[in-house]
Design a protein around this ligand. Structure first.
Ligand code: ADP
Ligand code: MG
Length: 374
């Protein structure tokens, strides 16, 4: 087991900088997920930790070892890729044990470790099969088995479930969670899928354009997104946004108005804004309720009645369309005018720079908060 430290890590390909100064601490035994849109640098960052890419600038520490120039095989890591990269002519048993064989691990030790991994992954009955006789999920399990037998200090996963169908992804996600609980190993997991990130991670690192946007526990990011990017990326359906103007800035309340927003009071740090400032208001679809006295007004464009919830698409006067997720079944006519209120204090204001004004959370993770919550 080991912790990791990245200090101002940079990566350039020629003149193009793809990782732009990432600093990060990963605790021993933590399950950390790097999430962000395609091309944001997740794989590059993971491959630098693995030693498959040179580090252009900054420092990488695994445990108390400085690793920038260390050979991949000496780093105590094992990596699982999206493409399983199994040897088609070898059995599952030989595929899982191949790395140990190359490392000249004695035969009975090798046998013990392969069978241990097979038991953990519930694939003892598959050991004699060849990859061609396995389903996608089973192949991915073999690839994970190959990582487990090496008994690494840190597991690295690069979108390991992306090739699986949706149902299998959910199942494998739960298995990975159990595996982490069982092995208590440090795991770093890359995905573009925010749901995977939310369900697997102790700590999420949101990346965009090679820059860390926010680090935190899943619920920190959901309830207290540091900026517009994180607010829009985490949560489904996406957070609704609209431009508003400040009417009044009080101690802990800011009253804002916009097209279809009529003097709505939202939590905020009053001192940082003044009357007339133009801000962005963000409200999650689940944080709106129908209320004749509500301050948000629009016209119903479409409804989806799913029984347990009703999804309303609401056209605001500005031409924006918001999504509203109402609990329960509601028979709401299309074309009807609807007024909505905020549920609780669940709204976020963002300044012209896109940073949240509501939460005041730092952009980096807060270790003390993490411990307090476990
Ligand atoms: P992600 O895994 O988040 O989708 P990557 O880390 O693969 O993103 O890529 C980050 C950026 O670096 C992309 O813009 C990609 O085009 C670029 N990139 C990756 N590998 C190379 C390379 N070998 N040469 C030049 N550019 C690269
Ligand atoms: Mg990638």
């Amino acid at each position: 087991m080991a912790d990791l430290k990245l200090k101002d890590v940079h990566k350039s390909y020629g003149a193009v900088e793809v990782i732009n100064g990432v600093s990060l601490e990963i605790e021993d035994g933590e399950f950390v997920v790097f999430v962000g849109p395609s091309g944001c640098g997740k794989s590059t960052l993971l491959r630098m930790i693995a030693g498959l890419e040179d580090i252009t600038g900054g420092e990488l520490w695994i445990g108390d070892r400085y690793c920038n120039d260390m050979e991949p095989r000496d780093r105590g890591i094992a990596m699982v890729f999206q493409s399983y990269a199994l040897y088609p002519h070898m059995t599952v048993y030989d595929n899982v044990g191949f790395g140990l064989k190359l490392a000249h691990t004695p035969k009975d030790e090798r046998d013990r470790r392969v069978r241990d991994a097979a038991r953990i992954l519930q694939m003892e009955h598959l050991l004699d099969r060849k990859p061609g006789q396995l389903s996608g999920g089973q192949r991915q399990r073999v690839a994970i088995g190959r990582a487990i037998v090496r008994n690494p200090e840190v597991f690295l996963f690069d979108e390991p479930l992306s090739n699986l169908d949706a149902a299998l992804r959910v199942e494998m996600r739960m298995e990975l969670s159990k595996l982490h609980q069982r092995l208590q190993a440090t795991m770093i997991y890359v995905t573009h899928d925010q749901v995977e990130a939310m369900t697997l991670a102790d700590k999420i690192v949101v990346l965009n354009g090679g820059v860390v946007q926010q680090v935190g526990q899943p619920m920190d990011l959901y309830h207290r997104p540091a900026n517009l990017f994180v607010a829009g990326f985490i949560g489904s359906p996406k957070m609704n946004f609209i431009e508003v103007t400040v009417d009044r800035a009080g101690q802990d309340r800011i009253v804002v108005s916009g097209q279809g927003i009529d003097a709505l009071a939202v939590p905020g740090i009053g001192a940082r804004v003044g009357k007339g400032d133009v801000l962005t208001l963000g409200i999650r679809p689940q944080n709106l309720v129908v209320d004749p006295e509500g301050k948000i007004h629009g016209t119903v464009g479409l409804t989806e009645r799913l029984g347990a919830e009703t999804i309303v698409s609401l056209d605001l006067p500005s031409g924006k369309t918001w999504l509203v997720v109402l609990v329960g079944d509601h028979d709401i006519a299309i074309g009807q005018k609807l007024s909505l209120a905020l549920e609780g204090d669940n709204a976020t204001l963002f300044g012209p720079d896109g940073q949240s004004l509501t939460t005041g959370v730092p952009v980096s993770g807060n270790k003390d908060m993490h411990h307090a919550a476990v």
